[in-house]
Design a protein around this ligand. Sequence first.
Ligand code: ATP
Ligand code: MG
Length: 563
Amino acid sequence: MSSESTGSRDFIRAIIDEDLKVKNYEGRVHTRFPPEPNGYLHIGHAKSICLNFGIAGEYGGLCNLRFDDTNPSKEEVEYVDSIKEDVRWLGFDWGERLFYASDYFGQLYDFAVELIKTGNAYVCDLSPEEIRQYRGTLTEPGKDSPYRTRPVEENLDLFERMRAGEFEDGTRTLRAKIDMASGNLNMRDPVMYRILRAEHHRTGNAWCIYPMYDFAHGQSDSIERITHSLCTLEFEDHRPLYDWFLDRLGVYHPRQIEFARLNLTYTVLSKRKLIRLVREGHVDAWNDPRMPTISGMRRRGYTPEAIRNFCDRIGVAKRDSTVDMGLLEYCVREDLNRRAPRVMAVLRPLRVVIVNYPEDLVEEMDAVNNPEDPAMGTRKVPFSRVLYIERDDFRETPPKQFFRLSPGREVRLRYAYYITCVGVIKDEQTGEVVELHCTYDPATRGGDSPDGRKVKSTLHWVSAAHAVEAEVRLYDYLFSAPEPGGAEEGQDFLASLNPGSLDTLQSCRVEPSLAGAEPGSRVQFERLGYFCVDSVESRPDALVFNRTVTLRDTWAKIEKGAK
Ligand code: ATP
Ligand code: MG
């Protein structure tokens, strides 16, 4: 897939080009996407997925999906399933190449034994706390563990007994014997295995020792004969360790290349933080449409094409940066503009009676489904004496530059007639406008006046008797700060949660063509934005729409600017 992907020459593709030129890796390109199944995928992962699968596609290579499932205490089958669903939905196919690091536990154990035998690993009895103390700091070297010089035979015996379950959790570790004075903290005898009695989602209780990420990852890459192991920048300092393990083992050696992770304004892209949002109930679930997760974005109405296009546009670089959420929204609008049928819906209905329109007449107006794509055809929209328009589209005393309906003013109803407001009915108690009386000009049917009379605005509407009631959920950014992750030290990222991120409107009215709309289907509500039928809570007789993204709203801009 992704043959249409631009495949611009970023630094990673340049490295691969060079490798191919000098015939490294027998001219193969083989990447992998290695999620840890400890949460749902987010848009940052989409960047990595598009990069890994995209490169494999462009070079006629392969890309594996590998679950990095070395930490049973945080991992769950639910996450594995959601990750597979999300990668597929994004449009990528791992074919037969679905792997789990846990499939290699036996092999990894053998590798560890090998390193003990060659004097490159030892069993250490320091507690986790002591290991931390011995490690030193960025400015001070660490101290050798008193167990560092254990003879090979003793190490082999102890490691075997660790595996056999003779020791308590946390009482011993297997460590690589590298250099406690290294300037790189990752090289100060890192832990390779820990004792942990936890049931693993695939291996059950077969193991009570588990490999650490750094030991599992590179060796898994090697076992799968990956050529280019693409990961994010925080692993740059781990590369010497990645290389060290492979070199000491003398096995096939892939090349690790780091790129900058995606950061997006007004949201957080870290599973640790996303888990808190879910667990503490700040959102409904992982697939809450406000979440930056793939499943949340899918439910919100984003398309895989829009997300892939976004990933193409941001490209890959070596320096961290933050991408404006506006770019993602732009990509979604661009895609939905092409594909989403236009319909009319009124979110905050205001009743309009066309006083000179016959009581029982219903006309079928022809409406264009998508001006961007004539092939999408037209539909009929019923028009009758009582309509709803948007409350916002009427002002009793219109400010300057407000060109919509007001007393005495004439406007166009889309695909229908010109109408003029001739009366305003108010609630006697509250003074709230509850109904408008208007006249229509029968000669303007279809929306144009034969005498060339101009109106300054066109409103959407629905016929009261024919409209379908619906719930509509309007979403705003989940956080009100552009960089909630960058909250000052000690200040929780949750402090900048946006209390107005969800606005649920009941009793909205949508045109009758939407009756029974399929969950997941996407439309543009004219003048309001792109919407998607909620895939979880919408019912054919109780429709729920999620706003995917607004259209650019010129009036809101004017009003904001005027303040
Ligand atoms: P998080 O910080 O959200 O927990 P992670 O890196 O721990 O993310 P993994 O499941 O280990 O999550 O990630 C799988 C792959 O996706 C890794 O190769 C990782 O580098 C990449 N990845 C994760 N987050 C981003 C991001 N924001 N931008 C680009 N790639 C990412
Ligand atoms: Mg990780």
